[in-house]
Design a protein around this ligand. Structure first.
Ligand code: NAD
Length: 398
């Protein structure tokens, strides 16, 4: 699987061992493109070379084996390898800093490594979510360094963990800073997506941010209503179920739960920064979603003395059926509980940590059990009758 430096490729995926890059690289290789994964994470590359996915991804193991057999996927840690690819997909994005402003340096550092190897007949495709105006900024960055390499922005909109399926089933938004760059991106995505939607780079940047910010605000709306209803002593899940019965206008209201992870809040913050820190709904969504662990702790503290209380958190990943703990609110919940003096233990089905205990031990040894991520494995758990349960998703057996 190791690349031969003299090899040529149809496409090189930079950051191709990551959660955005690897599903795309596998789909591309499976669709007939000679694909190079360029990544600085040696341990992930070793796993991929050995035929093991470095993280959970539906259909990933089977597709990786298939692609291995085809010999269309190569791996490299060397930026110079990108010289042999007609298209270079960059999955490196613009995170937000501690002041909620987009940070371009991760992206430009990655570009700086590639610059000496870029040719004018190549096209770079930005794939990760970026702050509005980033494509234009990168265009200027390349031109001011004497590079005529084409530039496109084609954001991914797949749900993490189901990328392989969704890359092939969802329309792909495509944009370019020149007709040639747009045509190159179109040629690539027409082979893997059912439909491409052309737009300007700024439209594509906003489209992706609006998708994520809107989802984040929807979760905040239901989370805020959850807090209001539960503060009145009612059961929100029960209320939703009765309220939605035969009433289609409320079908779209999501249940409550932790809205976190590496994208939703960050992308809402990109709009917040763009709007000169005047994006009230986005700000409020952050306050509400990030405040949910505090609400849970306050509710418990009203009923119990939390000092020395044994409390277990079931599920430490940022969402159900994932192994990704980045920006998970379960950790914030744990910290708050410890601050109140509780003895807190953690368990997870997919995230590995030597301090975690099994779900069975967690349930058996704690007085309070809080679901942090609604993994399906919890549906069959036997909970002792005396255990106090906080289960926003209603995943535990009644
Ligand atoms: N995970 C998601 O669902 C998701 C969705 C939309 C957007 N994003 C955004 O996409 C970007 C990537 O996210 P991810 O989840 O794939 O992260 P990740 O950490 O899983 O993957 C990033 C990969 O890039 C590699 N990398 C970093 N710098 C590099 C460099 N200079 N050269 C080569 N490889 C380099 C890392 O080793 C890693 O393998 C982030 O900006 C993220 O916010 C993620």
């Amino acid at each position: 699987m190791k690349e031969d430096p003299s090899d040529n490729y149809d496409v090189c995926v930079v950051g191709g061992a990551g959660r955005v890059g690897l599903p795309l690289a596998l789909v591309l290789a499976d669709s007939g493109f000679k694909t190079l994964i360029l990544d600085i994470n040696k341990s992930s590359l070793e796993k991929i070379a050995a035929g093991t996915m470095p993280f959970r991804e539906e259909g990933g193991d089977a597709l990786l084996k298939k692609v291995h057999a085809s010999d269309r996927l190569k791996l490299s840690t060397e930026a110079r390898s990108a010289a042999g690819a007609a298209l270079i997909v960059l999955t490196i994005g613009t995170p937000v800093d501690e002041f909620h402003n987009p940070n371009f340096s991760v992206l430009t550092r990655c570009l700086d490594e590639l610059l000496p190897h870029l040719r004018d007949d190549q096209t770079i495709i930005l794939r990760s979510t970026v702050a509005p105006g980033t494509t234009n900024y990168i265009e200027g960055y390349l031109r001011s360094r004497g590079k005529k390499t084409g530039l496109a922005f084609c954001p991914e909109r797949v749900v993490q963990g189901r990328g392989i399926e969704e890359i092939r089933t969802l329309p792909q938004l495509i944009s370019g800073t020149s007709p040639e760059a747009l045509a190159a991106a179109k040629k690539l995505f027409c082979k893997i997506a059912p439909e491409v939607v052309e737009m300007t780079p700024l439209e594509a940047e906003f489209a992706k941010l609006v998708c994520n910010a809107f989802r984040y605000m929807q979760f905040a709306a239901t989370n805020q209503l959850y807090m209001v209803v539960e503060s009145a002593g009612l059961d929100y899940a029960e209320l939703l179920s009765k309220m939605k019965r035969g009433y289609p206008r409320m079908d779209s209201i999501p249940g409550p739960g932790f809205a976190a992870g590496p994208c939703l809040m960050k992308d809402t913050m990109q709009l917040f920064a763009f709007q000169k820190h005047n994006f009230v709904l986005g700000q409020m969504a952050t306050t509400v979603n990030e405040g949910l662990p505090n609400f849970i702790v306050e509710q418990l503290a009203r009923r119990f003395d939390l000092r020395k209380k044994r409390i277990g958190i079931l599920g430490m990943t940022f969402k159900a059926e994932s192994d990704d703990i980045r920006d998970s609110l379960s950790y914030k919940l744990g910290k708050l509980l410890r601050f109140h003096g509780a003895n807190v233990s953690y368990s997870d089905e997919y995230a590995k940590d030597p301090t975690f205990i099994t779900k069975e031990d967690l349930v058996a040894s704690n007085e309070v059990v809080i679901v942090g991520a609604a993994h399906n494995a919890y549906r069959q758990l036997r909970i002792p009758a005396k255990t106090e349960v906080v289960d926003l998703w209603n995943v535990l057996p009644a």
